[in-house]
Design a protein around this ligand. Structure first.
Ligand SMILES: Cc1ncc(COP(=O)(O)O)c(C=O)c1O
Length: 366
């Protein structure tokens, strides 16, 4: 048996007629950039996430860069985030000229540990970027409380967490801005790159709309230096069709995760859903002893079960961040998570036999 980590073609097969028809329509109309489809999808996301404004951009990475820019974060300023995330989170901070300041993670959730944030705040700190890693919501009550007390902006990196909730509110709707990614493998994935910034602030939404089109106020008039970062109509139209299925797919993911949890809880550390947070299992990561992890990873991959590590090197130890001056041992929880976790196949259409095979192989290989 061969079980991939994710299987994107089955979602297309489910929606093929609608998607094919939409692509043909857009091609025949030659309406490719910032048209009705993008506006419709932005409105659909506003409704889905219960936010006032949603601005489609070219990727999740751009969503972070534009959000930081719109909030005025710039050279010489500091932004606090987690070292256990995809590179894009910190890269966006560096791209606007600010400095990423890392804070270790909570061992149970793999998300930034709010108890350690205050120590990292300096007079230069301007914002916090909590990342809802693997689709598991951060402790937003604590993050917002600290941000409020220190007058810091909050930009949620919700790239992996669309549909997740905290206190029954959609993730991405808590901060000054929330950033989504529609990279194809995400729980709501496009047929290429795509992203979105969510906000409840009118002036931030207006800045974002300016920034994504070269700062254009009217034809060939530019009030600020912007970007070329737009969500294509084709992607927006495809995403609108897929959005109708997102809740169904999310519930299936949660059911599959529960089956893994029951089967694997005695031989590994399973994902920890928190009381107030609803996890959407973008990635299903288990944790085993460091001595066993790499052997288990090889065993699974040799036996047809695709398994990977997200992420093997925490950002503070990446070569590109040498100049920040961090060293091994600075963030022990992030470092041990990088050595002890591995991700198992999880997609909404995985069937019971496939899942049983994964479980059998994990038990055999551990
Ligand atoms: C946590 C996180 N932040 C940001 C991004 C960037 O999103 P994109 O790939 O759409 O640029 C990703 C994508 O993998 C991500 O996982």
């Amino acid at each position: 048996m061969k079980i991939p980590l994710m299987n994107l073609s089955v979602q297309y097969e489910q929606l093929k007629d609608d998607i094919d028809r939409t692509i043909e329509e857009i091609a025949l109309n030659s309406r490719f950039v910032l048209g009705k489809e993008t506006q419709d999808f932005e409105q659909a996301i506003c409704k889905y996430c219960n936010v006032k404004y949603a601005v489609g951009v070219a990727s999740g990475t751009d969503a972070l860069i534009l959000a930081l820019t719109a909030l005025g974060i710039t050279k010489g300023e500091e932004v606090i985030t987690t070292p256990f995330t995809f590179m894009a989170t910190a890269e966006a901070i560096s791209r606007v000229g600010a400095r990423p300041v890392f804070v270790d993670i909570d061992r149970r959730t793999y998300n930034i540990d709010p108890a350690k944030i205050e120590k990292a705040i300096t007079p230069n700190t301007k914002a916090i970027i909590p990342v809802h890693l693997y689709g598991n919501p951060c402790d937003m009550d604590s993050v917002l409380k600290i941000a409020g007390e220190h007058k810091l902006k909050v930009i949620e990196d919700a790239a992996q967490a669309i549909a997740a909730t905290y206190n029954n509110r959609k993730i991405g709707s808590f901060g000054d801005a929330g950033c989504l990614s529609f990279f194809p493998s995400k729980n709501l994935g496009a047929f290429g790159d795509g992203g979105m910034v969510l906000t409840n602030e009118k002036d931030i939404a207006e800045k974002l709309k300016l920034l994504r089109v070269h700062g254009t106020t009217s034809k060939y008039r530019h009030s600020v230096i912007g970007f070329n970062s737009r969500l294509d109509n084709l992607q927006a139209a495809i995403l609108s069709i897929k959005l109708r299925k997102l809740d169904e797919w999310t519930e299936k993911r949660r059911k599959i995760a529960r089956r893994y949890n029951t089967a694997l809880k005695d031989i590994s550390t399973i994902p920890q859903e928190q009381d107030k947070g609803k996890h959407v299992y973008h990635l299903y990561a288990i944790r085993v002893k460091q001595e066993k992890r790499d052997a288990l990873l090889s065993f699974l991959n040799e036996n047809g079960v695709e398994s990977r590590v997200y992420y093997p090197i925490p950002l503070h130890l990446q070569e590109c961040y040498k100049e920040l001056g961090y060293k091994e041992g600075d963030f022990p929880e992030a470092e041990s998570a990088a050595l002890e976790t591995l991700v198992l196949p999880l997609f909404s259409e995985i069937d019971e036999d496939q899942q049983k095979y994964v479980i059998k192989m994990v038990k055999k290989g551990v």
